[in-house]
Design a protein around this ligand. Sequence first.
Ligand SMILES: Cc1cc2nc3c(=O)[nH]c(=O)nc-3n(C[C@H](O)[C@H](O)[C@H](O)COP(=O)(O)O)c2cc1C
Length: 211
Amino acid sequence: MGKRIEDTVLDALFREARTYSKWQPRPVDDQTLRDLYELLKWAPTSANTGPARFVFLRSKEAKERLRPALAPLNVEKTMTAPVTVIVAYDLKFYEQLPKLFPHSPGMAALFASNAELVEATAKRNSSLQGAYLIMAARALGLDCGPMSGFDPAKVDEEFFAAGKPCFGCDQEFFPEGHVKVNFLCNLGHGDPSALHPRLPRLPFNEACSLL
Ligand SMILES: Cc1cc2nc3c(=O)[nH]c(=O)nc-3n(C[C@H](O)[C@H](O)[C@H](O)COP(=O)(O)O)c2cc1C
């Protein structure tokens, strides 16, 4: 606490980490995926809502279910990745608040009566949790390839449709299902020989202001 971490760690998390499209033929075991969640779950979300839900696609069959939803440029990199994560959000996240935010019993009712607040909270915090997943994966020695090039309606229909078993919830009374995809992220050990030169980033003065 209060101590800056080593530069080698900052390199691994930020400066030298890249987005990968080609993968080494090295598997990622289920324990690593559990370790990944056990790390990312500690990062903050508003009112400790934790609305993100993660579906890890490891088998060929699971990947084939995703294929029709993928943009053409994302098919090969996804089908060859050891794991693809569907980073999703649960629009009924507030049902977990008695457990996750027990000192404020009114919080669940506040969300239950405000669909706009639910959607904004679910999207904002699941995006954050997706970013935490990327950083946790890098910390565990994995590489990532996040993607927004896909048809969300197709992903939602295939994996989260009403009536389908989903995170132990009964979706019967939520006409379109209550879990929605945010983005996809390939995971594995990247092949650095396929990387293109790194793109620039905005310098401090163009992206930040000091008031
Ligand atoms: C939310 C998100 C969506 C992305 N969508 C795609 C995508 O659909 N296809 C793709 O090839 N790359 C996609 N990317 C990869 C970005 O283009 C890449 O991360 C960025 O250019 C930085 O590359 P670098 O990490 O190698 O520096 C996406 C990245 C993020 C974070």
